[in-house]
Design a protein around this ligand. Structure first.
Ligand SMILES: Cc1cc2nc3c(=O)[nH]c(=O)nc-3n(C[C@H](O)[C@H](O)[C@H](O)COP(=O)(O)OP(=O)(O)OC[C@H]3O[C@@H](n4cnc5c(N)ncnc54)[C@H](O)[C@@H]3O)c2cc1C
Length: 440
């Protein structure tokens, strides 16, 4: 008898998982609440609707997004294959005709004999094997159910992300490693400002163009007004409170004297490691609503970051996700319900490609086709991130970038070459897993 699985949410992760499992003979009940009940961002009744940009980002192998796609291609992603047939010209990016894409996915799902579609809001997780793929805009009733099941403090409702930069692009003649008051390990890199540099930076922050909070972002969960928690306040909003606010707060220089001169700086921005290999750093306290080109311009005014490369830009938006490292088993199922897997953005991966890839991964785990993926791969590292507590601070969503991969054994100075080598290493490792040499 074929196995039955309930999937809640027909977005990117849910659609990929449904098609993968259905093609292997599983009987799927796919719940989707649209169009009876909409989210703040979706506008159609189609499955796999892209809610904002129509780009699945780069296909180049010297980018994390490109490597992710290559891994997904090797693993047989169905949505990626559909996306290829809906391509529009976009240079090195895989951009699609979004309506055609969603339409084609909807057709595949609707016509699949193993998929039964249920157009209704699921207000709780049913019995049996379930994939919960309700996304960053999970309905209020389901969020309340999750709060009861998992605990109120295990869910986050919005995201305040500081930019993440490549370690190699920080000028270490200027930035220095030091712990505040030399207490403990010198885990942070510090960027010291003099008075003029600091006020230039603050003025640039204040003048920079930012995203206006969209209507749906003003409506916080459950009808309450969206308001920033103090420690998630955008840096430009803090700066607006007074030109000295930052240097008395997140950028206070006390205990961070410049080692080469022993002098106190006027202000200091700290960079916190994002991974054990120290290949990526987070700009502490720099969560922001500035537009991406403005982030590039303004954050490059920070001493030591003039030529910095961004792995991820900062942002703030409504985003429901779980504290996955606390809640998930190694096979990505819920500790509280080992027959339930959380797929897509609700689990804490972020981005269209990442959510499709994660749906694919969950399907493979359920079919017992993947018990692990190589640590050299983006998908392998996304998996590890979801079950490994962060080095410091709270768990925040993770996307495909080279900063999450272990470094190469040999130091490579040429950045493009280094990224290509990281990609090649990942592809080789995944191919070896998928096609092991025969033992005969
Ligand atoms: C406003 C916004 C803009 C974004 N823009 C981008 C972007 O430009 N590029 C990018 O790479 N990423 C973007 N993201 C991030 C993310 O990649 C997408 O949100 C992605 O669609 C998430 O995929 P998913 O499968 O996890 O969820 P979704 O694709 O959102 O799918 C979840 C589905 O579950 C349904 N659902 C929710 N609750 C229930 C319920 N209780 N019962 C039944 N059905 C339910 C929803 O209707 C939806 O169809 C954006 C996110 C948001 C919130």
């Amino acid at each position: 008898m074929s196995e039955h699985i309930t999937i809640i949410g027909g977005g990117l992760a849910g659609s990929e998982a449904a098609l993968q499992l259905a093609s292997r003979g599983y009987k799927i009940d796919l719940w989707e609440m649209r169009p009876l009940q909409n989210t703040e961002a979706h506008t159609s009744a189609d499955f796999a609707e892209l809610v904002c940009s129509n780009s699945l980002k780069s296909i180049r192998l010297d980018t994390g997004a490109g490597l992710l796609k290559e891994e997904m291609r090797l693993l047989g992603s169905i949505l990626l294959e559909v996306a290829e047939t809906c391509k529009v010209p976009a240079g090195h990016a895989l951009a699609v005709d979004r309506e055609l894409f969603a339409h084609k996915v909807t057709q595949l799902i609707s016509e699949h004999p193993n998929i039964r579609i249920i157009r209704a809001e699921a207000t709780q997780i049913p019995e049996g094997k379930v994939i919960l793929a309700t996304g960053p805009l999970t309905s209020a009733a389901m969020m309340r159910h999750l709060q009861t099941l998992l605990g109120e403090d295990q869910l986050f409702f919005f995201d305040a992300i500081a930019p993440i930069i490549e370690a190699d692009s920080v000028n270490l003649d200027i930035a220095y490693a030091k712990a505040r008051y030399d207490k403990g390990e010198a885990d942070y890199l510090n960027c010291a400002f003099d008075k003029e540099q600091y006020y230039n930076f603050v003025d640039a922050l204040l003048e920079a163009e930012k995203h206006e909070a969209r209507e749906f972002e003003n409506e916080f969960f459950n009808g309450e007004k969206f308001s920033f928690y103090e420690n998630c306040m955008p840096i430009e909003e803090l700066a607006r409170r007074g030109r000295d606010t930052l240097r008395h707060g997140v950028m206070r220089p006390m205990g961070l004297e410049i080692p080469s001169t022993g002098r106190k700086a006027f202000a200091v921005l700290q960079l916190r490691a994002e991974n054990k290999d120290l290949t990526a750093y987070n700009l502490v306290g720099c969560q922001t609503m500035l537009r991406y080109p403005e982030q590039k311009r303004v954050f490059r005014l920070i001493p030591g970051l003039a030529d910095v490369s961004f792995l991820r830009y900062g942002s703030i938006h409504r985003n429901s996700y779980l504290d996955s490292p606390k809640l998930l088993n190694p096979n990505l199922s819920l500790k509280a319900r080992p027959d339930v897997w959380v797929a897509g953005q609700l689990s804490g991966v972020e981005g269209y490609g990442e959510c499709i890839g994660h749906g694919l991964l969950i399907a493979r785990i359920i079919c017992k086709e993947s018990s692990e993926l190589p640590e050299e791969t983006i998908l392998g590292q996304l998996w590890r991130r979801l079950i490994t507590p962060p080095l410091k601070g709270k768990f925040s969503p993770v996307n495909a970038n080279f900063g999450i991969l272990p470094g190469l054994e040999k130091e490579i100075r040429d950045k493009k070459l280094k990224k290509e080598m990281l990609s090649q290493r990942a592809i080789t490792a995944l191919q070896a897993l998928l096609n092991p040499p025969s033992s005969s």
